[in-house]
Design a protein around this ligand. Structure first.
Ligand SMILES: N[C@@H](CCC(=O)N[C@@H](CS)C(=O)NCC(=O)O)C(=O)O
Length: 518
């Protein structure tokens, strides 16, 4: 099935009117700066030990790296605000431009706190921290940094600390690059600072009314020398880099890339961990499975790992029908006889209603809709219903294979292609959805939502950590939809604890081979 960019092969879901296009991109102020971070901010806590010394009214950071430059215990570059956990935005817009700007520093760059926290961790590999100065009666903190390609100052001793992580040191010549920078963090006025202290005009204009509310502004500039007194007026222009940004990137990864790599490693470790035999639901799904374990006329044969099983499970919960949940392992050899009796291909989900067996998630969902009209999951309007079926077909024929393609892609280039395809499909679906949502048809969950939900749940739990699938853009229509799914009580009742999904990813891949057209 071919889809145009606007998804216009399909009528709008109301069947009568078209919908305006939902935003999948972050808002842009027009000056290249996002007003909201683009992909959900990732926060993590890192211990930032600081050794502080009183020095003539100033406090100076004293952590020293084995190449002579100071660092926190985790190797993170330190700024004046180094005791605070940073927010990492993995893929902010205009990243390349911002990185180049903070590399070249042709002129002083004034940044809001959000901008600094967003972009500096993407460029901190270029610089290595040298010292920080805090002033008792001023509300700003200055830190001084060398270009990492400066080389090591003569006589820098190797660390003798036996607990210090030994890293491969690459010999570099001295004084390769003379760039030194100064970063100033202007905070809200402190109790001791005068509110009109000598702030540069550019800084005051960025603060605007914010300063009173605790906002921060940062300036980043190249300087000639270090220390409280710069060699102002010495007639020496601050040096520019003697190498390109690529060279710096070759030498060291920035904090965000290192963090992403560490996350991927963790997730891969979890994915290859030995899987407990006979998987059982965990978390809320386990509670529901226990609650529904009593004998009933309607039986659901399902696997807690299987996205197709989860579709039927969600529908049964949403409809409030009496049913018996029977955890069934479809990968067992030989396949359980009771499974083959209800599902000729031996796949889950399958149901038995009285003595009548049925398999295939899509078919079962339609059947449940026919036998229960109390909680409707299909609209009654025949055209709207047909439209929903078209989108269900789109999910099964385009999105589900695209999901598995991302899962199967181990090489970065293949991952990018597969992610782009799936993102395109998401956009297509969102363009067809009710404009306000939160669900596909509006405020009620329907079968279109149910068909995709298990895969949406696995995007954040599996694809995001192991394949770099991006989280939704905050406030986008997609984010609204994902939030509704994650907080729906009937859906939540079928969801196991997060680690179960990534730990059993090999079974999910195996399951792909069995699913034909969803
Ligand atoms: N088209 C089927 C797909 C079901 C499916 O692929 N189930 C997998 C588990 S996720 C399975 O039972 N696989 C058994 C096997 O590979 O033998 C549906 O929608 O129900």
């Amino acid at each position: 099935m071919a889809f145009g960019d606007t998804g216009s092969n399909f009528q709008a879901i109301s069947g009568t009117e078209s919908h305006s296009l939902p935003q999948l991109r972050p808002k842009d102020t027009g000056d290249g700066v996002p007003t909201t971070p683009p992909f959900g901010q990732i926060r993590y806590d890192s211990p930032r030990d600081q050794v502080v010394r009183q020095d003539e009214g100033e406090e100076v950071d004293q952590g020293v790296q084995d190449d002579g430059s100071p660092t926190g215990v985790d190797g993170q570059a330190q700024t004046g605000a180094s005791t605070k956990s940073p927010s990492y935005v993995v893929d902010p817009p205009h990243l390349a431009e911002w990185r180049q700007r903070l590399f070249d520093l042709e002129e002083m760059v004034v940044m809001t706190n959000t901008e600094f926290e967003t972009y500096f961790p993407h460029i901190d590999n270029v610089y290595s921290h040298r010292s920080t100065q805090r002033y008792k009666r001023k509300s700003f903190v200055s830190s001084y940094w060398d270009c990492r390609l400066k080389g090591r100052p003569p006589g820098t001793p190797k660390s003798t600390d036996p607990n210090k992580k030994k890293r491969k040191r690459q010999g570099r010549g001295l004084d390769l690059c003379d760039v030194k920078i100064k970063i100033v963090e202007y905070g809200a006025p402190s109790a001791t600072a005068s509110s009109t202290e000598d702030l540069p005009e550019e800084v005051l204009s960025v603060f605007g009314g914010d300063r009173e509310h605790g906002g921060k502004v940062w300036t980043v500039q190249r300087v000639c020398g270090f220390g409280p007194v710069e060699r102002k007026g010495a007639g020496i222009a601050p040096a520019s880099h003697k190498h390109g940004l690529e060279k710096s990137d070759e030498i060291k990864k920035n904090s965000v890339l290192r963090w992403v790599a560490a996350q991927g490693k963790e997730a891969r470790k979890a994915a290859t961990a030995v899987r407990p035999v006979g998987c059982r639901a965990t978390g809320l799904a386990a509670v529901t499975a226990r609650k529904r374990s009593r004998e009933a006329g309607l039986k659901l044969y399902a696997s807690c790992l299987c996205p197709f099983s989860q579709r039927v499970w969600i529908a049964l919960e949403a409809k409030g029908l009496a049913y018996q949940y029977c955890e069934t392992d479809p990968f067992k050899t030989p396949k359980p006889t009771h499974l083959l009796e209800v599902s000729p291909r031996g796949t889950v989900p399958a149901i038995k209603h009285g003595e009548w067996p049925c398999s295939e998630s899509g078919v079962i969902l339609e059947y449940l809709e026919e036998i229960d009209s109390k909680v409707r999951l299909h609209p009654t309007n025949p055209r709207l219903k047909a439209n929903c079926r078209l989108w269900i077909d789109f999910i099964n024929s385009e999105m589900v294979p695209a999901f598995y393609a991302v899962l199967a892609a181990t090489e970065e280039a293949a991952q990018n292609v597969a992610i782009e395809k799936l993102q395109g499909d998401v956009t297509c679906l969102m363009l067809a959805a009710d404009e306000r949502g939160p669900y596909f048809l509006g405020d009620q969950m329907c079968l279109v939502d149910i068909h995709l939900t298990p895969f949406v749940l696995r995007m954040s739990r599996i694809l995001q950590p192991i394949r770099g699938w991006p989280p939704p853009v905050p406030e986008s229509r997609w984010q609204i939809w994902v939030d509704a799914i994650e907080s729906n009580v009937h859906i939540r009742n079928t969801v196991s604890a997060e680690r179960l999904y990534v730990e059993t990813v090999d079974l999910l891949v195996k399951g792909r081979d069995a699913q034909v057209g969803g």
